[in-house]
Design a protein around this ligand. Structure first.
Ligand SMILES: CC(C)(COP(=O)(O)OP(=O)(O)OC[C@H]1O[C@@H](n2cnc3c(N)ncnc32)[C@H](O)[C@@H]1OP(=O)(O)O)[C@@H](O)C(=O)NCCC(=O)NCCS
Length: 120
C-alpha cells in the first residue's frame, strides 16, 4: 500500500505512517501518512481506507488521532491537498474543520489550525 512511496521501504524522520486497524480485529483497514513540513505544519500526505471499510468512520477516527498526535508533538497547523472531484474526502475534511485556503488546477489546499502545545 503506502510502502511504495518510500524507496527504502520506510519513512524518514520527518514522516509518520500509521496503519489503521479495524475495531476489535487485527485487519488493517487503511493507512495515514503525515509529513512534517516545518514551521509547525503537519501535512496529511495521504489517507486511504480500503473500500470494504469505507463510510464506517475509520477515516474520521484516523484524522482525529492525527490531530491529537500533531498537538502532542507541538504542531499548530494541519494541511492537505485534495482533488476537487474527490467530493467525499473533501466533505470529510470540511466536517473535521478544514477550510479551503486555495483552489487551483482542480485541487484544493485545505488547512486546519490546532490548539498547540510547545513543540517537543
Ligand atoms: C476519503 C476516505 C479516506 C474517507 O474515509 P472513510 O472511512 O470512508 O470516512 P468516514 O466513514 O469517516 O466518513 C467521513 C465523512 O466523509 C463523507 N463521506 C465519505 N464517504 C462517503 C460516501 N461514500 N458518500 C457520501 N459521503 C461520504 C461523509 O460526509 C462522511 O461523514 P458521515 O458518514 O457522517 O456522513 C476514503 O473514502 C478513501 O480512502 N478514499 C480513497 C483515498 C482518498 O481519496 N484519500 C484522500 C486523498 S486526499
Amino acid at each position: 500500500m503506502i510502502g511504495e512511496f518510500f524507496p527504502e521501504r520506510k519513512p524518514n524522520d520527518k514522516q509518520f505512517v500509521f496503519h489503521i486497524k479495524a475495531q476489535n480485529a487485527e485487519a488493517i483497514v487503511g493507512c495515514i501518512w503525515l509529513a512534517d513540513r516545518g514551521n509547525n505544519e503537519l501535512r496529511v500526505a495521504d489517507i486511504h481506507i480500503e473500500e470494504p471499510y469505507r463510510r464506517l468512520g475509520y477515516g474520521t477516527a484516523a484524522m482525529n488521532v492525527a490531530h491529537e498526535f500533531a498537538i502532542n508533538k507541538g504542531f499548530s497547523l494541519m494541511s492537505l491537498n485534495v482533488f476537487d472531484e474527490n467530493v467525499y474526502a473533501k466533505k470529510m475534511y470540511k466536517q473535521l474543520g478544514y477550510e479551503v485556503v486555495e483552489e487551483s488546477n482542480g485541487r484544493a489546499e485545505m488547512r486546519k489550525k490546532l490548539v498547540c502545545k510547545e513543540k517537543q
